[in-house]
Design a protein around this ligand. Structure first.
Ligand code: MSP
Length: 509
């Protein structure tokens, strides 16, 4: 059994979660479910990024007071409330993380102190003066040439001119080591387009980075200088270590670090694929195996934004259609790594065309025919596997974090099953007693195909998968090794097959 440690970004709590955040978290959960199914011991880390200036600004807005006068306690009260809301959201859409980390937690603060002290001992921190343009929404300084009319191009927000004493991290020192790491580990950053983009950035633009800000009322005090706060990204990135015991539980840390996969959105690639690995090199820690940056999506063709009031609430969608349907739609509609669009209308279309007419229909027909022609007991499937190639393709897709390709594999199986039914016409075979064996074999094959599809669907639609497998008398399937599940003919002859109605009920308008 191997270990599989996966992280999501930790989310700012200046607002409630929207479908974009749910996309990252659900994709992470799907990867965890697949690894668990493979028999790996898994750890999923997610949480909230709380020491950010934009959180304290949001707290002031909510309380209706000026940002300059808000107290530490007031901000803490706000982030407590918001962090709980984020936790509830993941609970309600069925994501069970191994730890939900908050960057205001004691062990995280201890870890940040330890980390910075280690980096400083390695002579990678120095005091300097920073003069530049700061965007609070990015929580980053922006080069002047990137500004558009004095605004941050991503957030269309006025940037602040800041000139201040800061501690700097010697990021530029790591340029060559980073480039070498990218060369030696071609899969370190995925997809490959993002790898090339970040490699070019490292080659041409890597500069030392300010990692502290004068402290006001919020943030982690910089170790050794209480007048400064740790720059929120330096603090936040460290969560991937503190979440598994860095600075507080050596045994746990040795067990889980380095992360196997870190899933992020493309907006935060520079932090995760340039700054973060350099930080780890400086602290003498191993790098994560893979950083995967997925794309962004728009809502009905428009950018998701506060001013457009078009943020989609993942809880509402999952209450209306089920979390499985939401998961299916997100992974089917948008090839993981690319950009796409979220539209409820499109989700409804896919519900009908892919789910009701796809797996829903195959399950209903196969089970109904088993009852009609075989007394509800599973006949034996043929001896040789019909799906060996598909398992190979499926595993490659899941390993490569391509849930859309895994869905292609499953859906090709569904089409094959449909063609098989059309060609064999069980209702015709049933009329001829001499064809009884053939009829039973066809039903046995179909039940097996259905079982295989249900197992493959598990990481994407865990509840639907369980319902089908339970109906097929396979309620114990999770205790079986993956290699066994992949074998053909797992449904024992004579197994009672339960009726299964309305996997995907009709939608109300
Ligand atoms: N707090 C930082 C991350 C620190 S990690 C050490 C942050 N937080 S965030 O709340 O802004 O979340 C950003 C992440 O949310 C993105 O990287 C992405 O995973 C997800 N998404 C936010 N909007 C999205 C879309 N419109 N589409 C897809 N994913 C989106 O950045």
């Amino acid at each position: 059994m191997s270990k599989f440690y996966l992280t999501t970004p930790i989310y700012y709590v200046n607002d409630k979660p929207h479908i974009g955040h749910a996309y990252t978290t659900l994709a992470s959960d799907a990867m965890i479910l697949w690894h668990r199914m493979c028999g790996d011991e898994t750890f999923l880390l997610t949480g909230t990024d709380e020491n950010s200036q934009k959180n304290s600004e949001a707290a002031a807005r909510k309380l209706g007071i000026a940002h300059g006068v808000i107290t530490r306690e007031q901000v803490q009260g706000y982030v407590d409330e918001m962090s709980a809301l984020w936790q509830r959201t993941w609970d309600s859409i069925g994501v069970a993380c191994s730890r939900f980390i908050r960057t205001t937690e004691r062990d995280h603060i201890v870890a940040v102190n330890k980390f910075i002290n280690t980096v400083r001992d390695n002579d990678d921190i120095y005091l300097g003066t920073y003069a530049g343009w700061y965007c609070v929404d990015c929580e980053a300084f922006l080069p002047e040439k990137e500004l558009k009319g004095g605004m941050c191009p991503m957030h269309t927000r006025a940037v602040e001119r800041i000139e201040e004493k800061n501690y700097f991290f010697r990021l530029s020192k790591y340029r060559d080591r980073l480039i070498k790491h990218f060369e030696q580990h071609p899969n370190f950053v995925q997809p490959v387009s993002r790898r090339n983009e970040i490699l070019a950035y490292i080659q041409d633009h890597l500069e030392d980075m300010s990692i502290s800000r004068p402290i006001r009322h919020w943030g982690i005090p910089f170790p050794g200088d209480e007048t400064q706060a740790v720059y929120v990204w330096f603090d936040a990135l460290t969560n991937y270590l503190s979440g598994v015991g860095y600075g507080s539980d050596d045994e746990l840390f040795a067990k889980w670090w380095p992360a196997n996969v870190q899933i992020i959105g493309k907006d935060i690639l520079k932090f995760h694929a340039a700054l973060w690995p350099a930080m780890l090199m400086s602290a003498g820690l191993p790098l994560p195996e893979r950083v995967f940056a997925h794309g962004f999506f728009t809502i009905d063709g428009r950018k998701m934004s506060k001013s457009l009031h078009n943020a989609v609430d993942p809880i509402l969608i999952s209450e209306k259609y089920s979390t499985d349907v939401l998961r299916y739609f997100l992974f089917r509609e948008i090839p993981f790594g690319g950009d796409g669009d979220f539209s409820e209308q499109r989700l409804r279309e896919r519900y009908a065309s892919d789910l009701q007419h796809g797996i829903g229909n195959l399950a209903a027909r196969t089970i109904a025919m088993t009852h009609k022609y075989a007394g509800g007991k599973a006949p034996r499937a043929r001896d040789e596997s019909m799906v060996e190639m598909e398992w190979e393709k499926y595993d490659v897709a899941m390993e490569g974090i391509e849930p859309h390709t895994a869905l292609d594999v499953i859906e090709s199986l569904l089409r094959r099953a449909d063609r098989y039914i059309d060609a064999q016409k069980p209702w015709v075979l049933a009329k001829d007693e001499t064809k009884r064996d053939q009829l039973l074999r066809v039903l046995g094959d179909l039940l097996e195909l259905l079982r295989v599809c249900a197992v493959m669907y598990y990481p994407i639609m865990p509840n639907i998968s369980e319902q089908i497998l339970t109906a097929l008398g396979q309620a114990q399937w999770k205790s079986e090794p993956y290699e066994e599940l992949k074998k053909w003919g797992r449904i024992e002859e004579g197994t009672a097959i339960a009726k299964l109605e309305h996997l995907f009920p009709p939608l109300s308008s």
